[in-house]
Design a protein around this ligand. Sequence first.
Ligand SMILES: *Cc1c(COP(=O)(O)O)cnc(C)c1O
Length: 495
Amino acid sequence: MPLVYQSTRDENNRVTASQAILQGLAQDGGLFTPIAMPAVSLDFDQLQQASYQEVARLVLGAFLDDFTPEEIDHCIRHAYDDKFDTPAIAEVVSVDGHYNLELFHGATIAFKDMALSILPHLLTTAAKKQGVTNKIVILTATSGDTGKAAMAGFEDVPGTEIIVFYPHGGVSKIQELQMTTQTGQNTHVVAIDGNFDDAQTNVKHMFNDVALREKMAARGLQFSSANSMNIGRLVPQIVYYVYAYAQLVKQGVVAAGDPINITVPTGNFGNILAAYYAKLIGLPVAKLICASNENKVLTDFFHSKTYDKKREFKVTTSPSMDILVSSNLERLIFHLVGNDASRTKALMEALVEKGEYSLLEGIDDSIFDLFEAGYADEQATATEIKRVYEQDHYVEDPHTAVASAVYVAYRTASQDQTPTVVASTASPYKFPRVTVEAVTGQAPADDFAAVDSLVELSGVAIPKAVQGLQDAPVRHETVVAAQDMQTEVERYLGI
Ligand SMILES: *Cc1c(COP(=O)(O)O)cnc(C)c1O
């Protein structure tokens, strides 16, 4: 019996892993979620010697159990190769009393590469398995990093088109150029006059639009999603937590079985949910620390058990976390209410209708005990970048700095000395102006002047992803109103 992936909003909507990956989002608006964890044997005496690819084979094989071992292997080989600038794929480095898990060694220097370099292969393999001959149209809302990482993964992959929406003015110059200079015959980038939540809401709306789906099908097209709502994004993210623990065993930081904490700078709640799943399959995790920026809706949720999105949206220096509706939290909610789809659906409807919901009774409180939550405001984030630099000559990007600031505050308050992994989600080269200003106190003239300063400050060479960006031709210049996103999709696809 293959593992069951069930929609969080309909207990009768149950599919296998490959079907879930192909659909992306459930048509009822829910998210496909495993209702039981697969058995995975985590033998760290052995895993400490394993390569990233070997750990991936173990974890992906268990979760994506209707793929053959050969199919899994094919996907891993095409994903985790020399697109990454280190053979380790992810690095675990000691920084100021914690361990930064560097997830930014891929093609676009943000952690999204970890999953998006394999998703296109999982998706096209799944389509073949399911006998699908339609062209797959990937529709993606991005707060800055997903879009580029998804296009890098899908560029010129036969049988696919990818359309990316990002908030105009809501991303860094480097992020914007990375997207607007994207090559590939099947890539389309659109800026919207609106924020990330507007982009995400309209993408979800298009997915759930039956008339649009029928119109697409008549032309041999179907949607799928590269957003972290796709289980094909989430499962590859479990891998690096297992890998990081194995590295800590190898480095002698912990003995196999000793607990660690994991701190994650959180936006859409995908990365930290993967850490939760790593715990559920047996990774010894004591605390999961959910770090937010000034858009601290999750901090408030974990403290009050009420999710309240009715607040001002703030544009911060950690834009990939500027989110008020964290889509993947729906999966945690589903588990919190005992995998009850009708209750989850009612809560999600309340969020749309009233802007909030509460979980005051009938929930699994052990989940709330596992999570700690905190936030770092803009000042605290900049201060943390400078502090870490002065301690260790290591430059953290603003997202990582949010996490490390929240972790240090937690450690100080709790006196918890458990070895802690901080998910380091972007290279400082992706946000050079902010990081250089935080360290030096002086605003660089522009992103590219900042890149030059960063070389001097950090001693880390300029990554391939940034070299040449300044002179690359801009290929995508469309800007539309948020409510015109669907019109733009129809125009691009010619439907
Ligand atoms: C996407 C992103 C995050 C947030 O991750 P979620 O899985 O959405 O919680 C944090 N940092 C960076 C750099 C990102 O790109």
